[in-house]
Design a protein. Structure first.
Length: 230
């Protein structure tokens, strides 16, 4: 339906022909047309419920960031492809389906490789608890970050992740965006990253989702995941 401008209703010509108040001129409009406009506005509003506008201040400026709705428990993982280095030092591709189909997988994400909290707490926690998680039926533990595969491989080696934690590079943020867990760190010179989280995926379906606010570290540890598996 094409929306029309209402300015003509309040022109001098119309006012002369209808000397009553300008408000009365609205009676000229067909009521069904007004009803249609209202319905269209309602539909547009409904479409926006999946996104929330978050206003925040930058130095000397104000801008709006759109925070998408994150994936929820019970939903299937989106299609995405990661890169990683295998035990032979070869770069490989792996899709979410290849990683999770018919398996129980713990995936956790960090805002960035070699960053303090991620390096000192988050990843080491999953490395230390890897055996315990696997006794609970977990097949694979994977760390995801919006970094390239070379950085992820070097970081994994530095943290002695070995075969305990698979270091997955979501280099272009494809998976992160599809999950709706983007973290805007442009102001810090880090571009688009991922919010911190840990999730349990069973046969490609999310069973547990521990999503942090921004880069906080309060609910997404290996201990939190172990507690969820009891």
């Amino acid at each position: 339906m094409e929306l029309v401008h209402l300015d003509w209703l309040f022109s001098e010509e119309v006012t002369e022909q209808h000397p009553t108040s300008n408000t009365a001129c609205l009676d000229i409009l067909d009521r069904s047309m007004l009803s249609s406009i209202c319905r269209q506005q309602s539909r547009l509003a409904a479409q926006r419920t999946r996104q929330t506008a978050l206003r925040f201040r930058t130095v000397g400026a104000s801008r709006t960031m759109i925070v998408p709705q994150a994936i929820a428990v019970g939903q299937k993982l989106p299609d995405a492809k990661f890169k990683y280095f295998d035990g032979e030092g070869q770069m490989r591709d792996i899709t979410t389906e290849e990683l999770c189909k018919g398996k129980k997988v713990v995936m956790f994400a960090v805002p960035g490789a070699f960053t303090p909290t991620c390096s000192l707490k988050h990843v080491p926690g999953f490395v230390d608890k890897a055996d315990e998680l696997k006794t609970k039926g977990v097949d694979t533990i994977a760390c995801v970050s919006v970094n390239d595969a070379f950085v992820m491989a070097a970081w994994g080696k530095d943290l002695k992740a070995g075969d305990k934690v698979l270091m997955l590079a979501d280099g272009n943020g494809q998976f992160t965006k599809a999950l709706g867990v983007e973290l805007d760190l442009v102001d810090k010179g880090l571009g688009l990253r991922s919010r911190r989280y840990s999730m349990l995926v069973d046969d490609q379906v999310v069973k547990v989702m521990n999503l942090e606010e921004g880069g906080a570290f309060t609910v997404s540890s290996a201990e939190d995941m172990l507690a969820a598996l009891h």
